[in-house]
Design a protein around this ligand. Structure first.
Ligand code: SAH
Length: 570
């Protein structure tokens, strides 16, 4: 919940706009400002104070505890000009909130956390626990000094701009129970899965004690615990549910059949008759693969009664992360915020050199860039997948949408289910061109690539003919190159068999790029020689019209018929 506090009428107006925009996320605190701030600080995860920063600093100073648990606080000035992230920039999410509030109120977000301003990821924003000298290591990274990286586990991290060895500061990536040395940060990736089994009514202390001692005795750290896992039949077992809650991890459950199919070192009769699988703890921990670090062990009871809980600990395999990112047609403001975030999340970037140039300035320092020239699609796809399989965070980029005549298909054809794949859609050339031309895609439309490099011409021609017969608006991609000049005239001739010579045709070159150009012509008048590979050509259907120089395809023939009838009547 976000607590909203204001003191004056101007502040209250801005506050009410926020409350109206986010009714489920916000709560207004009325009354004397001091009391309101104290109440909100105790009850909310975040605060937006429509007050001077000085006033807020004085009010919250006595309340501040720990930056990991304190709420994030954003201040908005009376004039509504600035949204200042005051405390809890990372842990409390105040930096992000300042940006969101800024967007909503048209205020300038002010973020002073050094790592956000400079583009090095804050060590405490990676999404997993960090221990040790976070301040010292962050400062060293910011200063551009070498920091040694000791990764005992390959995990998909964003680029940290570290050198392999040397330097007096170090980052260690491990799930083992080591204390950070002086000048060292220990990152805890969520690599451990504990499978648990329990008889009905097993006390939470018994389950929890067993899990904690199993992890500890194996020299591992609970900070790397990703989840508890068990069989479906135990999904409501209070001791297990409560243990997961206290450990702060999700409880994941599997069916008895799934667990029975997992090969385990220590199967037994008891769970087979009780829940239908010869192993619960070991099987549930091993479902997703990984290395069994602690085989099944039972709880020990002080009263000597039979154990009621079992557990097993597995180190799961690191899963690489492949983001397939569409960059849009060219203009920076047509690159989505999500695409931008994925580019900065990746440690390895794979793409065509000219697309890499388009976004190079957005990459975090230290990103490994693997660029190649035209024609190396298969190789790029293989490289991206191979890097992800090594456990890296990889972004594979394409112009427009990366799934449209682009890299997503060859990459996913290559990838198996041992990596995570995240797709980020982009604005395609067809959409960018349509927006420039007017509304040519108002009714059914297709894209057809005229490149017969990988597709036999007979198939292309069959599709053009089908679109012509079905009266569908067509956008031609890859319309014409130096060595491929007869395909576009041929395709247009096929459409002309079914459409009037006056049918509008839009030609857009370099949509949204600095040298963008476009023109609206007709099927009869289009000179194919003016079209090249930077261009898309959109041919209207029989209802498309040139209206005031804009290409407009009506949304429905019935609407249009009604309108025509009306015109006749008039
Ligand atoms: N994935 C891209 C398409 C890649 S195929 C997308 O979703 O848009 C390459 C073809 O796309 C080019 O030959 C050209 O026909 C078209 N194209 C890409 N960007 C363009 C732009 N900015 N303006 C016009 N056409 C473009």
């Amino acid at each position: 919940m976000i607590g909203l506090i204001s003191a004056t009428a101007a502040g209250a107006t801005a506050r009410d706009r926020l409350a109206a925009a986010w009714p489920d996320r916000t709560r207004v605190y009325d009354g004397p400002v001091g009391d309101a701030v104290r109440a909100a600080f105790a009850e909310c995860e975040q605060l937006v104070c429509f007050l001077a920063t000085g006033a807020v600093v004085r009010l919250i100073a006595p309340l501040l505890g720990d930056k990991r648990t304190d709420p994030g606080v954003v201040c908005v000035d009376e004039g509504g000009r600035f949204a200042v992230s005051l405390v809890g920039g990372h842990g409390g999410g105040a930096n992000e909130l300042a940006v969101e509030v800024g967007e909503l109120l048209a205020a300038q977000p002010v973020v002073t956390t050094a790592t956000d301003a400079v583009g090095v990821p804050g060590l405490d924003t990676l999404g997993f626990p960090v221990e040790g000298d976070v301040a010292g290591v962050s400062r060293t990274l910011l200063d551009g000094e070498p920091v040694a990286l000791e990764a005992e586990l390959a995990w998909p991290l964003p680029p940290l701009r570290v050198s392999g060895t040397g330097g007096s500061y170090a980052i260690r990536v491990t799930d083992r129970a080591v204390e950070p040395a002086e000048r060292e940060v220990v990152l805890r990736p969520p690599s451990l899965v504990v499978g648990v089994g329990a008889s009905k009514g097993a006390p939470v202390d018994e389950v929890l004690g067993l899990v904690e001692s199993a992890v500890r005795d194996a020299g591992l750290s609970l900070a790397s615990l990703a989840e508890l896992a068990t069989v479906d039949a135990k999904s409501d077992e209070p001791g297990i549910v409560e243990a997961a809650r206290r450990l702060g991890v999700p409880l994941v459950t599997y069916s008895a059949e799934e667990l029975a199919a997992v090969e385990v070192p220590n199967p037994s009769e008891a769970p087979l008759s009780a829940v239908g699988t010869p192993s619960v703890a070991e099987a549930a921990a091993l479902v997703g693969g990984g290395e069994l670090l602690v085989p099944k062990r039972k709880s020990e009871r002080a009263d000597g009664r039979p154990a009621m809980a079992t557990c097993a600990v597995v180190r799961r395999l690191a899963r690489g992360r492949l983001a397939v990112v569409g960059l849009g047609p060219g203009a920076r403001d047509l690159l989505t915020p999500r695409a931008k975030a994925e580019l900065r999340r990746a440690a390895v970037l794979v793409g065509l050199d000219q697309y890499v140039d388009q976004i190079r300035d957005l990459l975090r320092p230290g990103t490994l860039v693997l660029e190649s020239g035209l024609g190396a699609e298969e190789e790029r796809a293989r490289t991206a997948v191979a890097e992800a399989r090594k456990g890296q965070a990889v972004a594979l980029i394409g112009s427009g949408d990366a799934g449209v005549y682009a890299m997503a298909s060859p990459a996913l054809a290559e990838a198996s289910d041992d990596i995570d794949v995240v797709g980020v859609p982009g604005v395609t050339a067809a959409l960018a061109a349509a927006a420039i031309l007017g509304a040519p895609l108002g009714h059914d439309h297709v894209s057809i690539s005229l490149s017969d490099l990988h597709t036999p011409w007979e198939i292309i021609e069959r599709r053009v003919r089908a679109a012509a017969e079905a009266d569908i608006v067509v956008t031609f991609y890859n319309p014409r190159s130096r060595g491929r000049d007869w395909q576009l005239p041929k395709a247009l001739a096929i459409l002309a068999e079914h459409r009037e010579p006056a049918t509008p045709v839009g030609v857009v070159r370099n949509a949204s790029r600095p040298d963008e150009s476009s023109r609206l012509t007709t099927l009869a008048a289009l000179d194919p020689a003016t079209v090249d590979m930077m261009t898309v050509v959109t041919v209207g259907n029989t209802a498309t019209r040139d209206i005031a120089g804009r290409m407009v395809t009506p949304r429905g023939y019935r609407w249009q018929a009604a309108r025509a009838a009306q015109e006749v009547a008039e």
